[in-house]
Design a protein. Sequence first.
Lengths: 511, 385
Amino acid sequence: MLKRIGLPILLALGLSIGAADAHGTVPPPPASPLEQALSQITSGDEAVRDAALRVVVELGDSTLISRLDDIRANADRPVRLAIKPVMDLLRNRAKLESPDPDSRRSAATDLGTSGKTVAIPWLDQAAATESNKWVRYTMRESAALLHLAGDDHSAKISAVRTLGDLASQNAVPALQEFVTLGTAAEATEAQQALAKVASVSIERIETWAAWSSAIETIFRGVSLSSILLIMSVGLAIVFGLMGVINMAHGELMMVGAYATFITQELFKAFLPTAMFDYYFAAAMPMAFVVAAACGMVLEVTVIRFLYGRPLETMLATWGISLVLMQAARVYFGDLTAVVAPSWLSGGVQVMVGVYLPNNRLFIIALSFVCVLAIYAILFRSGIGLRVRAVMQNRNMSACLGIPTRKVDAYTFAFGSGLAGVAGWALTLIGNVEPGLGQNYIVDSFMVVVTGGVGKLAGTIVASLGIGGLNKLLEPSLGAVYGKVCILMLVILFLQWRPSGLFAIKGRHADV
Amino acid sequence: MIRSLNMLSHNHIPSASRADVGLAFWIAGFVLLILMPLLNVMPAEDSWIHLSDFSLNRFGKFLAFAILALGLDLIWGYTGVLSLGQGVFFGLGAYCMGMHLMLTIGNESVYGSELPDFMVWNQVKALPLFWKPFYSFPVAILGAILVPTAFALVFGFLAFRSRIRGVYFAIITQALALVAWLVFNRNETNLGGTNGLTDFKQLLGFRLSDPGTQRALYVLTVLCLGGAYLLCLWITRSRAGRVLIAVRDSEPRVVFSGYTPANYKLFVFVVAAALAGLAGMLYVPQVGIITPAQIGVLPSLEMVIWVAVGGRGTLAGAVLGAVSVNLGRSLLTNYFPELWPFILGGLFVVVVLLFPDGLVGIMRHLKERIQNMRVTALSAEEGLR
């Protein structure tokens, strides 16, 4: 009753507390414990101040934050330092009820690392009504972590068990401390009991961590493989058909990436912000068409004249790649970024310790779609039939009336368009820069060479193999020696299969 | 039979007579070996014919590159095997020499330690074992030739034995260049990391900053280039050389004729690697620095363009190409640094597309033109009479 009457008046007065204090006048006597505590916060006596802060934490809520801020602004350094954690606590407590699961989760994490046992009931309460599985998980984990810092022995033991159940990686240092304490010579019985439970929990946590890191490694391998696959399919089709490795493939990817960037800028400039998230979808056909057009120009002006001279073609396309790269550097400058649309940022947590970013998942899905689309075109359409015929026997196809030169040109444009799509996808995981195409290009050449000519399956298996091996070897050998290892393996592999995994069988004089 | 293979070649094959090395070789030798050092030493500094120390030194670098280009011409121009990894062999030679030069710095280094400076930064306490032999100068010289040779022998054996060729071989060697670049960039390989080896002081007691030393190195480079040229000439005019050209023009036929192309390719690949190592060895003391940036994918490709510009399949073309492209590069990057990649890229396209025989081809073409004109002029004159 008293509080209800006093509060409006005091709120008004409270705003002047700091100022009044600074002038050395005594504030009016407060009417509630909370108000009393608030007025004592600035006290010079540490004990009084701490008691006041405890009261504020227990009775207060997030509405006090702005007032505390005012108090803080006028207080001296030790007081400011004392108030800060209290404000954080209150803020996080309020955030536990926020509608956004990410901020609920981060609040719970913060509370868990704050070491303030007052937060335990808040977390328990929030966990009871929480609907999101992973937020609930974090709340329980944080509550258990806070229990570890408390004094209650049985609560500690059960918290240690809970953390083991939760496979909480964050708890390992604290648990390890219990083990060292418990195994020391002067350990009490309680400490020893705690150490026993803690070591069991640590073991469970570590087993789980091993599993989850294995799963993450596999995911990373698949993710890299899908990037390589997306990059190599276009290359492989052209190689299969024309026997030509297009060294400018990486730069055609760059063209696709810049097409995406330009689409983004156009959306920013001419369309309402509500439409912005759709730019990424719109950029896909853009990237394909622009890169395909570049490829078409390339074919008509250069590649066509080098037919049957694959090495010369390689050199010429390399020259073109240099020109394209430098042109991008001069025109766009070194760094431009594409903002991933909101539906592709963030990620999915599948299990404790395994978090899969959406953009990687998207690229994996995209590589599936690409392969299916190429398969459909090559094996279920008239033009695909012609492409395959030329691939198998160019002269015979020409005799049967297939316009082989036209098939070459369209296939080259199609392969280039696929490079553009790959560039579009790569904007999700890196900056758009002139060197974008160079990052993985030698790897994708290796994929094509290992996969062999003319079979899609070879490219798929080779990119899975090279990408997977890369990530498998990386943890133990490091990225560089992993690459060295892969090169050696590829060379050894070619000893056994000189023309790749799936070579077209035929009666050509292959000596 | 060799005669019949001979017919397959599109390119002009020099006949086995010694006379046509003749004049151009001796003129070039005279200019490079005698005239240029003389122009450096004799005239007064401000005279217009004076060749500055810097220019002579820079030219020495180009001639070192020309040695490498000769090897690359053997493997690509004559045998038709495109190696995009010559930079690796160049780097191996250069690093062998560089390691020796690092060790001769002694206490003159910035930190005054017996260890090379970068090891002091990286807190390496003792000299790694593989550095120790390089205290000796003969070991460094031998190493600069033999390490790339041995490496090429193993790599080439595996590659050619399993009949990796054409585009496949090019890609594999490019991957090799990438991997070598990555490895040399690492700090824990104790090769100086990204910064490479530099800050050399002396070679066999001669100061490298002394113009006299640099002049001697230049002369040495010219002599090595001459030797390399004669070696390549001897190889290409031998019976083996004919087989190389035959492999380029039609490998299946060579096999059907009872030869084993893999052995010839391996031989010439190893020779090319040794020449690249020699080039690296001569390059380092003249330029004073070797970093991984000089041995990666892009430099290795640039080496191919030297040969292409000069004219593949002719030894003079390789030398001419290496010197002219590098001269152009060093002039143009001075004035228009942004333009150089365009020009280099454009060179790749234009040379491959329009001038497959390079500068030598253009010159030959012009010569024929002039001869034809003279012939027509003569016959016209006769017609008038």
